[in-house]
Design a protein around this ligand. Sequence first.
Ligand code: BGC
Length: 764
Amino acid sequence: MIPKSKRAVVQAVALLSTASWAFAQSPEMRPPERHAWADASLSPDARADMVIERMTLDEKIQLVHGMGWESIFDPPQAGPGVRALQPWAFIPGIPRLGVPDLQISDSVLGVTGSGGKSRYATAFPSAEAEASSWDLALAAETGSTIATEMRAHGLNMSLGSGVNLTREPRTGRTFEYKGEDPILVGLMVREELKAARAQGLIVGIKHYAVNDQDGGRMFVNSVLDERSMRESDLLPFEIALRNSDIGAVMCSYNKINGIYACENQHLLSDLLKKEFGFKGFVISDWGATHSTVPAALAGLDMEMPGDDFFGTALKYAVERGDIPLARLNDMVHRILRTAFASGVVDSPPQPYVVDVFRGFEAAQKVEEKGAVLLKNTDRQLPLKASTIRSIAVIGGHADAGVLSGGGSSQVSPAGDNPVPPPPITEQNILGPSESVYHRSVPLKGIAAKVPGASVKFDAGIDIASAVALARASQLAIVFAVQNASEGEDLPNLSLSDNQDALIEAVATANPHTIVVLETGGPVTMPWIGKVSAVLEAWFPGIRGSEAIANILFGDVNPSGKLPLTFPRSEADLPHPKLNRQPARAAARSVATASEPSRFVVGDVPARPGFLTNTTPFDAVYDEGLRVGYKWYDAEKKQPLFPFGFGLSYTTYAYSGLKAEPGKGLTVTFDVKNTGDRAGEETAQVYLTLPASAGEPPRRLVGWSKVALGPGEQKSVKVDVEPLFLSVFRVDRDAWEIVTGDYKVWAGPSSRELPLSATVQLSGK
Ligand code: BGC
């Protein structure tokens, strides 16, 4: 939310709000023992209705908007706002009725909203690292750890996980999302949020919907047909939301097929609330509300962070009858029933010291299970410490820390950013986008594994000097970094700052060159044929260096598998150039002239070389259903590394596939560890639908993560939910299983599927 250049202001705000912490605990904010709705045996809906009966119109309005953009720069000095940990993410409660404040925070990769840097929160690796584990238990552990830290900070509402699909890998927020497959994303997020919710927190999910490019996100109209939307971009929401207790859905900045997400009746009311059965409230992304009447009638329940449309304007609209009181009551009901259901009313968070040690362990585990070994020629890895005399560690600020992604998900680095931002120049008066590193130092992690050896560092800026060190060393480990941030897209998939040339030169100088990538998403690798090993570490989090060293030296056997495709070049993408087309005249907003769209605070300022856009444009996703690997399969393009791919230090063999139709489909087969060390394999199941279904060649329908000792074989069972077998029939407005022959595939990646069987399914 906050442009990095405004961090100083934000820190000042944060200090003030931390000082006012005591107010949040004042007696009138304690559970409402004296009220009839204090009875926790009543249903959340009944309790919410009892409160609403006692509320004034002003109190209702107070609950459906934030305190204003101004509070970012001018924090409240009096009134309820002084209780806020972050005034720009705060809804004041109603003490007389025992309605608690909503103290809200981002928490995609850890808690960001503790009121500034004065309180510690664990910085987790990128969401892609978690997704690369394909490990549902790990997703739950991550959700639960972050939620526990939220409560320790005194926060009671998390804006939750991002589930946008990687349709466009250059998107600056790829690192906040979980890849390109709707079923993988949906199932991982479902586990993560269920576990977070179990800690007694209001949890959210975002960005609804089709917010698949971030540069110009406030000006983009995403154009996508209904079937593709249901089977791709909306499916992870549907999977995570059905029968769940998710409390909030954040609508996104963009328009979808001409209508802003936050005033889109079809998305908010018809689908989300009716069809997916969502009982919580819709909260706007920060500045994504564009109208009062259309937004309220379409289904938006809360404007954030201000009151431009849901403050006085909403009150007047209700008084005038433009918005029925029943609709306002519904908004308030959704917010209150969510608060009761989540437990934040009956058991408000009690601040305490964050369990730093649990956080360290959890973050390290995500990185160890989520880093993906992409290449390992001649078993270069794992390194054998006893045979190593000298290592050249090159580039990527590996002597200082590990990179993190920018924007609202960025957890404050403990002990501040060890890599000072470049100076402000005349060309970029607002300051360049800052790359923030966490102080987990790869150089130290590596040196600790080889106490007797010489481990030297070269910054990699002067290629000749890096080459000289590489030549004088037994092996070279190059750390390559690619900064990425909310609010912008990458101009291309190449490593920036001459890093391709650096790797090429080092690999030419030393045949034992290992590349560790710290990137927000896929990058192209013109040097791939020259290096002996590549480890994709993503943005590795607060214990990144320990995890990376453990993998490089074999204390951990890598098991991560890519949640998205690495293309060979941009030319192979559905949109070789970023998907930006002149806005079509047909695109329209339902905002009226008297309720103009307003962008009070703009996007993150552009920095040289990065794209920005302030005029409306269309992103026409005419690849439709062919998202990610489905595109490469359909177009018969060979990716650099396919979806689902990842190496291990052991090998696996697959045999004996059986597929039995039942409620859905039950797939069984055997996986054997054919190597000499223990490992974990993600055995994947894909499906080819009958030709009449008109689907891309294959879709992932399930997987099993199986731990196997050396030589061990296990039988694996994957139960495929009926929804995952279905196609969305727009003409019938329904999911349907097409009758016909289905080919079931199993194997270690989307492009290596040694087992297959045919099964007949009936739609009846
Ligand atoms: C981001 C959201 C975030 C919000 C609050 C927005 O700019 O798009 O993901 O939750 O700010 O920080």
